[in-house]
Design a protein around this ligand. Structure first.
Ligand code: N2P
Length: 365
């Protein structure tokens, strides 16, 4: 056969390219920042031909704002089981998953999934992605020098104004999330973390206002992670794996910044993040393909190794890098788990009180 003149071949390719490009399916993911190994996304595209558009958020409040407006355009989102995922399920904002398209569902830990079933009967709308606790990132050397009489295992480091005042010299930050901070404060005060009592919430407000002058900034969790990693702060209240990632980054930078994670001994908030599909997702099949992909043990192990949060796939555990697998800050100890609590979904009235409390804390009055 005669070779087609080169210019004709080039023209054909040019004309076809946009068509092929359009036909390639796209998966729109909205996930937490610093919450995946980018290599996993690349591999997914290489295997399936599905292109991924990947956006990030770093607080539950931002996620819920986006989703409750509807038509987010996302195919896959990652809300925390309570309260956000629970509210989305109740509002009919999520699409039931087609398990036939997710054979790796069988890899999920039934005991952990049973916890999520409390707000999603039959686990119809979500699979656990990763989980963790809320606690403190600290620079132990700084804390030892500035607050030598403080014990380093509890929230007193932050919530006792005497300690906070001294530690303000090396910098304190709190993540900007009423949902993920207020319950831990209540627990530290010996109150029910899920209380509906206005009086309890006033006590939490007083505790937070008392340390407000010593808190340098209240920022979304992604910024808190950065500040911990650079050593800009010596005390921060945020998510467990974010602290451990910051600690690893600080070590790699080699400038002598040591960061440690502290799960409050009085009881850490335990949370589970869910892979879920919005009811109006443009491409739910692609989202199901992605869920199935990450539920493969080797893929899930790569994610945990990279982001330092435990997952809900027991067969992945042995494949996680040894340092991460044996780190008691990543996989909480029995003692931490036994003392931990899980947030429930507050009533609307409580939600309003919490929101008001939080804006007063941020404003400092
Ligand atoms: C990742 C934040 C973890 C999610 N940067 C907290 N639910």
């Amino acid at each position: 056969m005669d070779a087609m003149p080169r210019w004709i071949a080039a023209l054909v390719v040019m004309l076809l390219l946009p068509v092929v490009g359009q036909a390639q399916p796209v998966l729109n993911i909205y996930n937490w920042s610093d919450y995946i190994d980018p290599y996993v996304v690349q591999r997914f595209t290489a295997e399936t031909g599905i292109r991924v558009r990947y956006d990030v958020f770093d607080s539950l409040e931002t996620l819920e704002g986006k989703l409750s407006a509807g038509r987010s355009g996302y195919d896959l989102v990652v809300p925390t089981s309570e309260p956000t995922f629970a509210r989305l399920v109740r509002a009919g904002a999520l699409r039931p998953l087609d398990r036939a398209r997710i054979p790796n569902w069988a890899n999920l830990d039934p005991a952990l999934m049973a916890r999520a079933a409390a707000v999603d009967p039959g686990n119809r709308h979500g699979a656990i992605y990763l989980w963790g606790t809320v606690g403190m990132g600290i620079r132990p050397d700084r804390v030892r020098v500035l607050a030598p009489d403080a014990t380093m295992d509890g929230l007193a480091l932050l919530l006792d104004p005497r300690h906070a005042q001294r530690l303000s010299r090396c910098g304190i930050q709190v993540m900007d999330s009423a949902t993920d901070v207020i319950p831990s404060v209540l627990r530290h005060l010996g109150l029910d973390p899920n209380t509906d009592s206005a009086e309890d919430l006033r006590a939490a407000e007083r505790a937070l206002l008392a340390i407000r002058p010593f808190v340098r900034a209240i920022l979304p969790s992604g910024s808190v992670l950065d500040a911990l990693a650079t050593g800009d702060v010596c005390l921060a209240l945020t998510y467990s794996g974010d602290v451990i990632q910051a600690s690893a980054r600080a070590r790699e930078a080699g400038r002598g910044v040591e960061v440690a994670y502290v799960a409050p001994r009085a009881g850490a908030q335990l949370w589970f993040d869910m892979l879920a599909i919005p009811a109006d997702a443009p491409n739910p099949e692609a989202a199901e393909a992605f869920i199935d992909f990450v539920l493969r043990p080797p893929v899930m192990a790569t994610i945990t190794t990279h982001v330092r949060y435990p997952n809900a796939v027991p067969a992945a555990r042995a494949l996680v890098s040894e340092g991460v697998r044996n780190d008691p800050s990543v996989y909480p100890t029995e003692a931490t788990l036994a003392a931990s609590f899980v947030a429930t979904t507050p009533s609307q009235a409580t939600e309003r009180l919490r929101t008001r409390l939080w804006s007063r804390f941020k404003a400092g009055r």
